[in-house]
Design a protein around this ligand. Structure first.
Ligand code: SF4
Ligand code: FES
Length: 259
């Protein structure tokens, strides 16, 4: 057992391990030296330096994803004590011990706590979650948005594709086609942009089909789980209205509408 040199305190962790995608899982217990201000990532780094379980058994270093370390990139999401969240902003002092770490279950496990979030990125591609511009020359300033619209659009733009809302949603799974709350909210964001609106009807067509809006079960788990406080259910309600209008436009054979 490892003991802390300075404080004498330790941090106890239980980690769900998995060596390969689809491979067998096992729980392993670790105990690392405590330092004030530690987060879950610094505890994982301590395990990486000395991958030995509490029983003194040598094991492989635990694998996880991370990048920004300041809750901006979304890469370090995992289930911590039963709640999906970012491990970089999960402070040891605020967590009950033993701290249980598991990979998010909505995404395929690559190894240990590292998951493959491709499903979310593919959904963003499917709904054209970008503003198409010609980047080959200086376009100057972009079009201005009304301030009220800009304010809510800015909130939606805070999405860091962390996958937490997808994990919290009971309708998102490997077996289901639902694209999930984050990609839906991005449809609202890019349809609100004056240039992005050029592809508005294409985005709406995507979410009116299989795996789109109709697959939302309105559990409202997503909005409660989002670490960025993104109003996901407001986005979904707004998209329900937009797709209803689009349905009438399609029915009456309207021209390509961009407003
Ligand atoms: S909407 Fe929120 S919870 Fe979902 S991926 Fe974006 S930041 Fe994460
Ligand atoms: S490392 Fe980027 S959100 Fe945690």
């Amino acid at each position: 057992m490892t003991t802390a040199v300075q404080t004498g305190r330790t941090v106890k962790l239980e980690i769900l391990r998995q060596d390969t995608e689809g491979g067998a899982t096992r729980w392993e217990k670790f105990e690392v030296p405590y330092r004030p201000g530690m987060n879950v990532i610094s505890a994982l780094m301590a395990i990486q330096q000395n991958p030995v379980t509490v029983d003194g058994k040598e094991t492989s270093p635990v694998t996880w994803d991370m990048n920004c370390l300041e809750e901006v990139c979304g890469a370090c999401s995992m289930v911590i004590n039963g709640r999906p969240r970012q491990s970089c902003s999960a402070l040891i002092d605020q967590l009950e011990q033993p701290i249980k770490l598991e990979p998010m279950s909505t995404f395929p496990v690559v190894r240990d706590l590292q998951v493959d979030r491709s499903r979310m990125f593919n959904a963003l591609k499917k709904v054209k979650a970008w503003v198409p511009i010609d980047g080959s020359y200086d376009l100057g300033e972009g079009p201005r948005m009304p301030e009220r619209k800009r304010q809510w659009a800015y909130e939606l733009s805070k999405c860091m594709t962390c996958g937490v809302c997808m994990e919290a949603c009971p309708n998102v799974s490997e077996k289901a086609s639902f694209i999930g709350p984050a990609p839906l909210s991005q449809v609202r964001l890019f349809n609100a942009h004056p240039t992005g609106a050029m592809n508005k009807d294409e985005r709406l067509a995507e979410i009116m089909g299989d795996g789109g809006l109709a697959n939302c079960g309105n559990s409202q788990n997503c909005v409660a789980a989002c670490p960025k406080g993104i109003p996901l259910t407001t986005s979904i309600a707004a998209l329900n209205r937009a797709t209803t209008v689009q349905m009438f436009r399609n029915f009456f054979g309207s021209d390509h509408m961009v407003d």
